[in-house]
Design a protein around this ligand. Structure first.
Ligand SMILES: *[C@@H]1O[C@H](CO)[C@@H](O)[C@H](O)[C@H]1NC(C)=O
Ligand SMILES: *[C@@H]1O[C@H](CO)[C@@H](O)[C@H](O)[C@H]1NC(C)=O
Ligand SMILES: *[C@@H]1O[C@H](CO)[C@@H](O)[C@H](O)[C@H]1NC(C)=O
Length: 430
């Protein structure tokens, strides 16, 4: 596989269009699950069920945090910085490795940079802009400064500065900059993109851990990794998430370029991108349980309106509008005849004494506009504890979210030219 070379010119245009299409077919990189053996957060002394419990707790803390933070705006920032997936990138020449939080709910790519005003401790060496021969600052009057919409002239002069705050109040402030960004493909080759816009953060604080040194935004915004790689050719990417309890050595992948187009048994739904927030919105119309359809009701707010649900890779559980949830949880409990036990974590979800395949799990179809997504049982039920399996959809009165357990074993392709999202059932661990 070839590397888009430095001879790719990028003067007039906003962003270096070192398009993935330059690589025949595109390329794939690894998405590292926070709890998987390849993650710096991996603790070999934990059982898979302890990791599952942590994932559920993260997902619940996110929604509770939201409730105490937001001012009644259901589309307030949903993103916590402890998302479930990480991605490795390199920045600069020579390349510095960055283990970053992968976030489909934010756009900027940033890493901590000295000289720091306030940086959190990190295990990896800092990216030092002075040590990179390809690093450049961005003038605040240039178009590159406007690629990220929360950037502006710094008070000291013409440097383009940014400031970004996430849903849990974690934040980063720094200089908008450009440098070569590199990715290592699953086949081991390096792919580099010169002149990528990213943030050199000198004031970063919040719920960051020592194991990661920044965020890679994957949202529809112009500054995100996916939009910058897509460039003028248009953004097309897909991912395939390996089931949580898979024992396969295969890893989840993120694919760019024409390889990201799906060819199998595909269903397609419109992506709604002009709603508030840097999120990917879908329109949930209803859910069927064993063939009986329950529809989203209400014509305002989070009811049956276009873009009523965010699809997010960083959230474990799926959060449904409470009125719909009430109906389907009833239908699910009628379908399963196992003994019900108390939810050991969330307190309010439907749980059964069961491990492994859930006996009698109903067939569940999620109806997005024009796309009926038929789930595997493990897309909707999750082992919260060793012997307790719970329905992994929960109710919310805030922003409904289609979480990552529901997305596992599907190739999910985002086409930001046609503004649609495609689902194809797939064995992601194969
Ligand atoms: C990610 O990068 C870190 C730091 O360079 C490295 O230790 C780790 O092996 C990489 N992980 C993967 C999955 O490539
Ligand atoms: C940010 O830009 C200012 C002004 O050019 C510079 O003094 C400072 O060192 C830069 N900080 C980082 C972390 O690059
Ligand atoms: C940028 O600065 C100008 C002048 O101070 C201000 O009016 C504008 O709102 C700022 N924009 C952003 C995105 O912060």
């Amino acid at each position: 596989m070839a590397t888009p070379s430095l001879s790719w010119f990028c003067f007039v245009i906003l962003l270096c269009s070192a398009a993935a299409e330059a690589l025949e077919g595109g390329f794939s990189v690894e998405l590292i699950h926070r709890d998987s053996p390849k993650s710096p957060f991996y603790d070999p002394s934990e059982t898979p069920f302890q990791r599952a419990e942590k994932a559920v707790r993260r997902s619940i803390a996110r929604v509770r945090g939201l409730r105490s933070n937001d001012e009644g705006d259901p589309s307030a920032d949903i993103t916590r910085v402890d998302t479930d997936y990480l991605i490795n990138i390199t920045i600069g020449t020579p390349p510095m490795s960055i283990v970053a939080i992968a976030d489909t709910g934010s756009d900027l790519i940033w890493t901590q940079c000295p000289p720091c005003k306030n940086c959190f401790p990190q295990v990896a060496p800092w990216f030092n802009p002075r040590a990179s021969s390809t690093y450049a600052q961005v003038d605040c009057k240039s178009d590159k400064c406007k690629v990220f919409d929360q950037s502006n002239c710094s008070s000291q002069g013409s440097t383009c500065q940014y400031s970004v705050t996430y849903g849990d109040k974690s934040y980063s402030v720094g200089n908008i900059s450009t440098d070569t960004v590199g990715l290592t493909t699953l086949t081991g080759s390096a792919v580099t993109f010169p002149g990528m816009v990213f943030g050199c953060g000198f004031d970063n604080d919040g719920l960051f851990s020592i194991h990661t040194s920044g965020i890679v935004g994957l949202s529809p915004g112009d500054a995100s990794l996916v939009s910058q790689i897509g460039g003028d050719e248009g953004t097309l990417f897909s991912y395939c998430l390996v089931p949580f309890f898979s024992t396969s050595k295969s890893t989840s992948k993120l694919t760019f370029g024409s390889d990201a187009a799906l060819t199998g048994d595909v269903v397609t739904t419109p992506l709604i991108l002009n709603s508030p927030g840097p999120y990917y919105y879908l329109t949930l119309e209803g859910i069927s349980i064993n063939g009986k359809k329950f529809e989203v009701s209400g014509s305002s707010g989070l009811g049956a309106v276009p873009g009523n649900m965010v699809i997010d890779s960083g959230t474990t559980l799926t959060w449904l509008p409470s009125n719909l949830y009430g109906q389907i949880v009833q239908a699910v409990s009628e379908a399963i005849s196992l003994p019900i036990v108390t939810d050991p974590i969330a307190g309010n979800s439907l749980c059964y004494r069961s491990s492994g395949v859930l006996k009698g799990a109903p067939s569940i179809t999620v109806h997005f506009t024009d796309a009926d997504v038929v789930l595997n049982w493990y897309n909707a039920f999750f082992q919260f504890k060793e012997d307790i399996t719970c329905f992994s959809f929960l109710p919310t009165d805030d922003q409904p979210i289609y979480g990552n357990l529901a997305q596992m074993d599907f190739r999910i392709s985002y086409d930001l030219t046609l503004n649609n999202l495609n689902f194809e059932p797939f064995d992601c661990a194969a």
